[in-house]
Design a protein around this ligand. Structure first.
Ligand SMILES: CC(C)(COP(=O)(O)OP(=O)(O)OC[C@H]1O[C@@H](n2cnc3c(N)ncnc32)[C@H](O)[C@@H]1OP(=O)(O)O)[C@@H](O)C(=O)NCCC(=O)NCCS
Length: 152
């Protein structure tokens, strides 16, 4: 039987565990500390087993650091975390989410992300640490456009 996993906003005390998880999955850690207030974590019995984060810029947001511990993968947690961050972006009025991935482009396509050239990413996202140094230049760049919030 699977144990209960809760997804919640990250707190300062989660930072070390999130960095360890990212290192374990060979994902970039540059900029995580600075943007940690826009991270979500998945917790199981006091252990951080997943995370996802977002860097919010004026013209778009960067989805980053989607990670699920190896022994928890393929049970839907990655999808849940992705849906959480998309919902959060919509709540914040973000029009466009951009991401870079070296391995999971097929995964993100399920949520409507489409491949774009890196240079097509909005300027402020393009200048982020992840774009400029943390993620390999061979990584695939993807974009999801969100419907503008209705005004009523
Ligand atoms: C990508 C990742 C977050 C997915 O997490 P997960 O909990 O295994 O995802 P889910 O269980 O929700 O997967 C749903 C489906 O996506 C598929 N999937 C998972 N990872 C995939 C990948 N890298 N490429 C293509 N499909 C993938 C699964 O096979 C599953 O398919 P199914 O529903 O037909 O069985 C996880 O594999 C991971 O942490 N990978 C290493 C870090 C990484 O690459 N992060 C993304 C860069 S930001």
């Amino acid at each position: 039987m699977y144990d209960t996993i809760a997804i919640r906003h990250a707190e300062a005390r989660d930072l070390e565990a999130v960095l360890a998880l990212l290192c374990n999955l060979e994902l970039p850690t540059g900029g995580v500390r600075e943007h940690f207030r826009r991270f979500f974590v998945a917790e199981s019995e006091g252990t951080i087993v997943g995370c996802v984060g977002m860097e919010v810029y004026e013209r778009a947001s960067l989805l980053r650091s989607l990670a699920v511990a190896k022994d928890r993968q393929s049970r839907g947690l990655g999808s849940q975390l992705t849906q959480y961050i998309i919902t959060e972006a919509a709540r914040l009025g973000v029009h466009e989410i951009v991401l870079l991935t070296t391995t999971a482009d097929r995964f993100f396509r399920r949520f409507g992300f489409e491949k774009i050239a890196r240079e097509e990413a909005p300027r402020d996202v393009y200048k982020s640490v992840e774009f400029q140094s943390a993620c390999p230049t061979t990584a695939t760049c993807m974009r999801l456009r969100l419907a503008p919030k209705s005004r009523d």
